[in-house]
Design a protein around this ligand. Structure first.
Ligand SMILES: [Zn+2]
Length: 64
């Protein structure tokens, strides 16, 4: 599954920057912090805000 990192996004849980990865699951945007594992769904207002304000992608992550 392809994951994109969101530049400048801050994890609402651990406050780390540039650790949020974004991908789609059943046409739902899923955002996960790779540092603490905190997950947000598109339905989550906080996730929407993170994604909408940080649409600049800094990299593509390919898990093995
Ligand atoms: Zn986190």
């Amino acid at each position: 599954m392809r994951k994109r990192f969101i530049a400048g996004a801050t994890c609402p849980k651990c406050q780390a920057q540039d650790t949020l990865a974004l991908w789609q699951e059943n046409n739902i945007d899923v955002v996960e912090c790779v540092r603490c594992g905190h997950q947000m769904r598109e339905a989550d207002k906080q996730a929407q805000k993170q994604v909408r304000t940080n649409e600049q992608v800094i990299g593509i992550f390919h898990p093995e």
